[in-house]
Design a protein around this ligand. Sequence first.
Ligand code: ADP
Ligand code: ZN
Ligand code: ZN
Length: 750
Amino acid sequence: MYCQVIVDIVHENVARAFTYAIPEEMKVSPGQRVAVPFGSREKEGYVLALSEETEYDPGKIRAVKRTLEDYPAILPPMMELAREMAEKNHCPLAETLRLMIPAEMRGGRIRIRTEEWIDLTDEERARAAWSAESRSRKRKAILEMLMTGHPRRLAEIRERVPDSREALNKLETAGLIIRTEQEILRRPGTSLKSGSGEWHQLTPEQEEALEEILPAMRKGEGRFLLHGVTGSGKTEVFLAAARKALEDGKKAIILVPEIALTPQMVSWFQARFGTGAAVIHSRLSAGERFDEWRRIRRGEARIIIGARSAVFAPAENLGLIVVDEEHETTYQSDHHPRYDAREVARSRCDREGATLILASATPSILSFAKARRGDYMLLEMPRRVQDRPMPEVQLVDMRTELETGNRSVLSRALSSALISCMQKGEQAMLLINRRGYHSFVSCRACGHVIKCPNCDVSMTCHVDEMHPEDGGPTQLQCHYCGHRTPIPEKCPSCGSRYIRYFGAGTQKVEGEVRKLLPGIRTARMDIDTTGGKDGHARILEQFRSGEARILIGTQMIAKGLDFPQVTLVGVVAADMTLNLPDYRSRERTFQLLTQVAGRAGRGRRPGQVIIQTYRPEDPVLKMAARQDYRAFFEAEIQRRRTSLYPPYTILARILIESPAAAEAEDAAAGLGQAVRAVLDARPEWKKKVLLISSEGPGIRMLRGMERRQILMKMLTGSETEDFCAWLAKAAEEPRAGCQICFEYNPTSMI
Ligand code: ADP
Ligand code: ZN
Ligand code: ZN
């Protein structure tokens, strides 16, 4: 017997399968990982297929050394998925296969943890020995324990019969007992409070959605986009669908944007499904991650909750994949090999006969457009549960505040709403989409803005986290590379002492709130406060318990949190995301505002939302204030059609990075020429290309690397796909001193 093996090395020259012989006594199946000789070394590999014969000279074929696990780590449909992804990404199969197993599994870096068990060799003999035993009380006790139930954990025996080592040895030599090693799976502890385990009486809208979903699940089909306003009870629909999957003996995968920010989803699932649910997140230890993976692989965990990469969970007999908050950009991975978890989910469901539910209160423009085309069935839940009203949203014009002499980051309307919210004993959330104290520093005399030495971005002022009460910013930080410096006393450009601070961040807002409401506990949630294993959980718990009354944070606080005591939501500066140079900035702003507004009034008392802006007349802000998704979608899809943006076109870019500006320039110029030359030679490609630009990117230096790009806008079509394949190849050609990558519809345009 022979097998074809993908050797786990990512290199052009080994991007094909190698044939190895399978030794007589070895059992190997497709998807299994094996150790094989490769050159003079030993390498890990994945078995693609088996064959009886080979076209090579059998005398020259080397043999598989051993199997790495006694089961296939890659299930057959996952193997096909890896193949499809490799083809689409124009990358070696070894690279996409790596996505399917925990990183720690490669290179044998984690140990399986075992524990010792004691079993009886023969019950009859044991009983006889027990009756005859008169000399040792300990031996008698051990036999008695085992007779009432075996095998037993050695640890348990040791606990009940202290100092039993010698007695156990004697029993073993007498052939009465045997010791065995068994694997144990590490379970991640959870710091989350469990939710209620009760099943709600479904609302009519939840019922209606399930009336479409459940029959589709029975048939192993169905692609749904569940568009339900914030607070419409989407989670309950997922829970019911997951229960159905279990009843049918199938598995369900529930994807969330980020586990740490969706603790409630996790606790709801754990409360209803107990240990049948596995949670995969990035803060698991290597051992825990590996063990959760094996628990899923063995079929012990039947519901899998996790972020993006959980879409690769090795669940056999899959019945359902849910992608909650499907509009979130975290579903797109920008590490190599790139993937979009929504597309992978779709592909898995098609291949494995499972049902797909994408859900959001603010679906991505792309997904909603697909639903309108009929690719997904649209399910709508336009009302909140129990007829709770949607929050009332007010836009506040910050220009008027300035005119009337209010220089605070809080408008009068927001200040008084905060005061009255606190007087009523309720809770509030404030969103400011920038961390730190001030967003930038500039010289009043010459206008010089202090920038990071490694990046082409302005530095942000921060207050020392350890001594926040000292007041005023103490340090400058770069949010891209982490560079820190003290605040200069003089302008580095002209020497003037008139340094001025602009723009507010979370620290500044927190400072002002404390001044406005002394004695009210606030909590701040941003990257600076959520480090460590339980950073998020600690802050969310402070807020949930009511210990903190006002939660101030970046977009982290907008994601799916359900705090019934929150009646006021304030958005401190709505214009911030709207001004980003990206064709998606309107979509992101609308989503962010609608989502954060949706955190208000989820309990019995109605919610109020105040959005501060310098542009209250902006149509996007107005539609967000009305929480009118349909109107926004219609306007945005129209704009994309007329301005030729995705989904009507494809954006692609080649990004060139180098420590030396000249090298980056040269490479960009060379690649630009090559692109133009190939287009001249291939008119069928050229007619698809609407634009080629060598301008930008938005940030021309990042982490000490000079960056240049070639940006292209193209019409969709098979010729475009061919051209993109050519671009991906061209980007792979090495150029001295440069890192080059090809990005198809890049997640970020900076
Ligand atoms: P969404 O994700 O759509 O914003 P959630 O799933 O978080 O909404 O539900 C909002 C709130 O309504 C939660 O507190 C949830 O427990 C509650 N809820 C959901 N369905 C029901 C129901 N059928 N009856 C009563 N309460 C419900
Ligand atoms: Zn100056
Ligand atoms: Zn920097």
